[in-house]
Design a protein around this ligand. Structure first.
Ligand code: NAI
Length: 303
């Protein structure tokens, strides 16, 4: 049997860990030795109000099981408060090895009905929240020469979903952000990945029948989240998909494309004539960076 993945002497910050997926990640990490900062603002699922109870309760659960945890009730959505979340790890345990960006809310509406505030709040919590916590954690990880960051996206971002233009944009933005964090962190052994979960939580309970919610326990997602923030994981810039016992990887790929030797001579009719080849994905590849992609797209030029 493989050695058990452990987190002794590792410190993890998990945002939005007062319930749902964050709580499940926190309990599993703590059961394997991690000291956990359980952050949760404790507001409603559409981002109103705040309450210390959820974060405190999860800390109590962790301690009752013999683990170590400290609560934090700050919001991820402002730079000042996000810094306090990371400072809780530094002040309490002297380090931060793991950041799981998980806090989230929903403001689902069709684009026609969406108010600007629904757009702005979703961007603030998901996209800015992920950036702020990552930015606050990064210097500590860089100094330590070690970091594992896992940020939570969604199928709504990667594939689209009716009524979620705000949420989908923020969630795909998070996946994109992690691709650049991967490049900036590589030199310092800071790995940054993205999780696309599906789970029955208060966010999904309104759209899923109760028996489906039961089959999609958040605990079923946590094994891959915990693996992804362990020393054992050496992948970075990857999107992991998980739920109900299904585990997979999603990726951005680009087809082999078509090269025209004289770009200035290309007409819309040439595009039409080559459309099937331009859009085909057989032989598609993943690029490690924008630089690698640009290198391919310019590879036919004589320079
Ligand atoms: P949840 O509502 O149970 O958990 C989210 C937690 O984040 C809540 O406890 C909430 O109080 C906290 N939170 C919200 N705004 C915050 C803020 N500004 N600062 C700090 N904490 C805040 O929902 P769930 O489903 O566990 O969601 C976790 C993450 O997974 C979210 O990012 C969500 O968008 C994402 N997700 C969930 C899916 C699912 O099927 N449940 C599917 C795809 C993505």
């Amino acid at each position: 049997m493989a050695d058990e993945i452990r987190f002794d002497d590792r410190v993890a910050v998990i945002t939005g860990a007062g319930g749902g997926l964050g709580r499940a990640h926190a309990l599993l990490l703590a059961s394997r030795g991690a000291k956990v900062v359980v952050n949760d603002l404790g507001g409603s699922m559409d981002g109103v109000g705040g309450d210390a109870t959820p974060a405190q309760k999860v800390c109590d659960e962790i301690k009752a099981a013999g683990g170590e945890a400290v609560p934090n009730y700050d919001s991820v959505s402002e730079w000042e408060s996000a810094q306090k979340i990371i400072a809780t790890a530094i002040d309490t345990y002297g380090r931060i090895d793991i950041l799981i960006n998980n806090a989230g809310i929903l403001r689902d509406k069709s684009m026609m009905k969406m108010e600007l505030v629904d757009w702005e709040l979703i961007m603030a919590v998901h996209l800015s929240g992920t950036f702020f916590c990552t930015k606050a954690a990064f210097p500590h990880m860089r100094e330590a020469g070690y970091g594992r960051i896992l940020s939570t996206s969604s199928a709504a971002g990667v594939y689209g979903n009716f009524g979620q233009t705000n949420y989908g944009a923020a969630k795909m933005g998070i996946a994109g952000m992690m691709l650049s964090v991967k490049l900036e962190g590589a030199k310092y052994n800071i790995l940054a990945n993205t999780l696309v979960p599906v789970a029955g939580t208060r966010l999904t309970a309104t759209v899923m029948p109760p028996q489906v919610v039961d089959m999609l326990k958040p605990e079923f997602v946590s094994p891959i989240a915990v693996y992804a923030v362990s020393e054992a994981c050496v992948d970075s810039g990857k999107i992991f998909v998980a739920g109900a016992g299904y585990f997979s990887r999603a990726a951005m790929v680009e087809g082999p494309g078509v090269f025209f030797d004289d770009p200035a001579a290309v007409t819309p009719d040439d595009i039409a004539a080559k459309w099937a080849d331009i859009t085909k994905l057989e032989g598609a590849v993943e690029y490690d960076s924008a630089t690698a992609q640009t290198g391919h797209s310019l590879s036919h030029l004589k320079m």
